[in-house]
Design a protein around this ligand. Structure first.
Ligand SMILES: C[S@@+](CC[C@H](N)C(=O)[O-])C[C@H]1O[C@@H](n2cnc3c(N)ncnc32)[C@H](O)[C@@H]1O
Length: 445
């Protein structure tokens, strides 16, 4: 512990960091302060002082940024969900552009001007089509909510403004039923009880996954859930392992309905299983996918890696003679096959497996002209970069949800690819998250 621990100091935030916190400097060392905006000065208490950074908490804010607004949510600041809700929407877009610019300068040496202004989300609230909230017991009743800032305590959420309002109403209804049936919250020692409630819905049709321990769920409770209008599927995912950080285990049990949720995605019809990924902000994802598809030039063979249920491929099915999708969740691959049938895409092929391993095999037998990648936050691994370096498609469109891993990957491909443009999308208003679509063209030597 450093001697200035517990000391009150006065600092001014200079910018916003990747977790939405204000960053001030104290004798050259960055100090991360939640709820402090650039230009705001505050007396803070130093909570944690490490050799390379410190964390502080506002004791008294001495001025307000002109960009500050009153948050619409009463628990903003205590719940970890929406740290940017105290910023005007236009200022949020500016912050996100800077976060992308800074990461790409830092990791890839990319000029600031390559990053376009952030494309705003059609809606700032009520955009989330999925709720995924841990369940806890509080004074004998089940509650669900988000983790408190910097801890694994759950902050119960009475009403979340980010969820689609119908989904939010359903969440409360299911929680009330669970309490009526006196269900118990997950007990890590026994490996029993309800762990997480996962709901997803579009146009009045819903999928419900009850992530739980080993114990069966009462029949009466399931009957009540079945009676909720629009409930297409009730699934139990048995995930008793206290050490796991995975939301779902591979133990699924269909309790009612069918594991298929229909979704209209622009002109594309999709079907989703509970285990399949789908974008959380559908209207904004549609803008983003359309942009990604528009950047691809007509070609013979295109690979979409990390393809989920295949939405992007279906949008660009006219652009390539053959499209090969690679995805490692088997349910998502089954959905992708069905989705290709639903949308009469006869030129799409499917590979179920790790994207890097399957790409390595593909490049041995086919010439690939264009690749679309949409990896998880960890970005592309070394093996995937190696395959891209070997096959050298003319175009790569990289959809990224993490500017830091994007920057690192761009650096690894820098000698072979020129970054033509970076277009950020605000997929999650009020949070610090930002997605980017990057067009890369092979450098012709
Ligand atoms: C960010 S999502 C994108 C999905 C799809 N492009 C979409 O927009 O719906 C990433 C997808 O990659 C899949 N995935 C993650 N790691 C993978 C890997 N190593 N190999 C293949 N697929 C992977 C996930 O299951 C998920 O469907």
């Amino acid at each position: 512990m450093e001697k200035n621990q517990d000391r009150i100091v006065t600092v001014t935030a200079k910018k916003i960091g990747i977790n939405g916190e204000g960053i001030a400097y104290l004798e050259g060392k960055p100090v991360f302060v939640d709820q402090l905006l650039p230009g705001e000065t505050a007396e803070i208490v130093l909570l944690d002082s490490q050799p390379r950074y410190a964390k502080g908490q506002v004791v008294k804010r001495l001025n307000d940024s002109p960009q500050r607004v009153k948050p619409q949510c009463p628990v903003q600041g205590r719940c970890s969900g929406c740290p940017l809700m105290i910023l005007k929407p236009e200022a949020q877009l500016q912050v996100k552009r800077e976060l992308v610019q800074e990461a790409l300068i830092k990791y890839a040496g990319l000029p600031r001007g390559k990053v376009q202004p952030v494309i705003a989300s059609p809606s700032g609230l009520g955009y989330r089509n999925q709720c995924k909230l841990p369940i806890r017991e509080e004074r004998g009743r089940l509650v669900n909510g988000l983790f408190e800032e910097g801890s694994n305590r759950v902050m119960p959420i009475a009403h979340c403004l980010i969820h689609d309002p119908d989904l939010e109403a359903l969440r409360k209804q299911i929680l009330a039923l669970a309490n009526q049936f006196r269900l118990k919250a997950y007990d890590p020692k026994k490996g029993t009880g309800l762990r997480t409630l996962v709901l997803r819905g579009f146009e009045g049709q819903y999928q419900c996954v009850l992530v739980s321990g080993e114990d069966p769920l009462p029949k009466g409770f399931i009957e009540k859930l079945k009676a909720i209008p629009g409930m297409t599927c009730i699934m139990q995912n048995i995930n008793p392992d206290k050490r796991t950080r995975q939301l779902f285990s591979n133990r699924w049990s269909l309790l009612a309905g069918e594991d298929r949720l229909p979704v209209q995605f622009g002109d594309v019809r999709l079907s989703l299983s509970c285990a399949s990924f789908f974008q959380l902000n559908r209207p904004q994802a549609l803008q983003m996918m359309r942009m990604a598809a528009s950047l691809i030039e007509p070609c013979d063979t295109l690979v979409e890696a990390y393809s989920g249920v295949g939405g992007i491929s279906l949008m660009l099915k006219e652009k390539a003679k053959t499209i090969i999708e690679i995805e490692f969740v088997p349910e998502a691959v089954e959905n992708a096959k069905e989705n290709a049938r639903l949308n009469r895409a006869e030129n799409v092929r499917f590979v179920c497996g790790d994207a890097a391993k399957e790409m390595k095999k593909l490049i041995c037998w086919t010439k690939i002209d264009a690749v679309v990648v949409d990896p998880p936050r960890t970005g592309l691994d070394g093996a995937m970069i190696e395959s891209l370096r070997q096959c050298q498609p003319k175009q790569i469109v990289y959809i990224s949800c993490n500017p830091a891993t994007l920057g690192k990957n761009l650096k690894e491909l820098r000698d072979l690819y020129e970054v033509k443009t970076v277009i950020p999308f605000d997929m999650f208003p009020n949070t610090p998250h930002v997605e980017s679509v990057v067009l890369m063209s092979r450098v012709e030597k």
